[in-house]
Design a protein around this ligand. Sequence first.
Ligand SMILES: Nc1ccn([C@@H]2O[C@H](COP(=O)(O)OP(=O)(O)OP(=O)(O)O)[C@@H](O)[C@H]2O)c(=O)n1
Ligand SMILES: [Ca+2]
Length: 445
Amino acid sequence: MDAGSSHTALYIYEWPAEKDNNTGRVEQTHLCKVKGPGISSYASAPVKAGESLRLCMEEAKQWVPGKRHHQTPLYLGATAGMRLLNMANSSASDKVFQAVEGALQKFPFSYQGAKIISGQDEGAFGWITVNYLDERLKQGLETRGALDLGGASTQISFVSDNYDGSESPSNSVTFRLYGNDYNLYTHSFLCYGKDQSLRMMQAHQSQAGPATVLDPCFHPGYTATKNYSVLYDSPCVSDRKPKDAPDTFTHIGIGDFLQCQAAVKSVFNFTSCKYSRCSFNGVLQPLLQGPYGAFSAYYFVMNFLNLTDTSVPLEDVKEKLKRYCATNWDQIMQQHPEVKLKYLAEYCFSGTYILTLLTEGYNFTSESYSDIKFIKKIKGSDAGWTLGYMLNLTNMIPAEAPDTPLLPHPGYVSVVSVIAVLLFILFIVSLRPLWPRCSKQPQIV
Ligand SMILES: Nc1ccn([C@@H]2O[C@H](COP(=O)(O)OP(=O)(O)OP(=O)(O)O)[C@@H](O)[C@H]2O)c(=O)n1
Ligand SMILES: [Ca+2]
């Protein structure tokens, strides 16, 4: 189970049990999205966090054959939402885990624990998932970098030839998979998921605590009354809370892409770098080396905006987004009556954030932008960290390359069958001296 900051999802993976680790291909057979928010939102009512998982667990009981229930390991990994809750209030986060654990243990699966996974693991397992599903690991092919955008954090992971890991050990993970060594660069930026970065940007805009905030990242005509205490209720922004702010403010959209880009840029810090090169906030980032798969919110947002085609020049992408942001909110709502208003209101911001993060933050250029592919699934399985996490915990990926048989399986079957038939014929022939003699003797006249 992926207990993300904005929602929890349960994935069921299946592989042929009779085959060994070297040949069994793991596939996702089912996905159940838990109704309601992520488990970290239940800090003040932890029992409800456990209850929220029940329906999906009942579904899992239907999907996994009854005789396999006890053999099926169940893992829950929580990401940035629980990292933030744990920072803000560790006893509340413990209570959420107790409730989740209590609820999961009531089911007949082999429960293996619920925990916060590190940002490093989140990045590395996302990279393993993508490259496992692509079958790049087994074949020792050039790997694909992984870009994951969540609600509360974002990860970038890739292999770069000029990176040996010594410059910043906390950004490197080494693996030996199928006989190949990988030295992976990975970083998880806490607070740079799209929901928390929106808070950071709005906190920046409202630092003086005004009663009205004019927001270039929301559509013209958009207006809503929001609560200062809700906006600042996160460790990502809590220290910036204005002292004499009123309780509420009026959030008014003005839909200006260029101003929005400048506002988004204000959440990145480019002032210092103690390494050979950095992305932002003084974090090391080696030279980009493509290709890349960008999933989760990268995909949701760019797919909604019809901008998943990265062969379109970056300037044209920006131009389209500029027009979208400038569209009146009433018109946007009319065009998309089926989309949740909370999501709908934020796509201008989210698209701008994604382009700014990729180009200003990670240094993708107009050329290297086309190395990115926005993806949701690969061969039927969702791109995300869960598959890699599960493959690792169940030791499904061997460190060494499997002994390659001289012949594939059907080849062996044919050879053995032919030998069996030959042996049988030989056996029959060898019995020939014992055959009854033919009574036809040559007649001597
Ligand atoms: N159709 C959708 C579905 C989700 N979202 C947004 O995508 C983000 C969530 O992305 P996700 O990858 O699901 O994040 P989490 O896993 O919940 O968060 P994290 O990884 O940071 O813990 C949220 O901002 C949500 O509003 C969206 O814009 N459109
Ligand atoms: Ca996530």
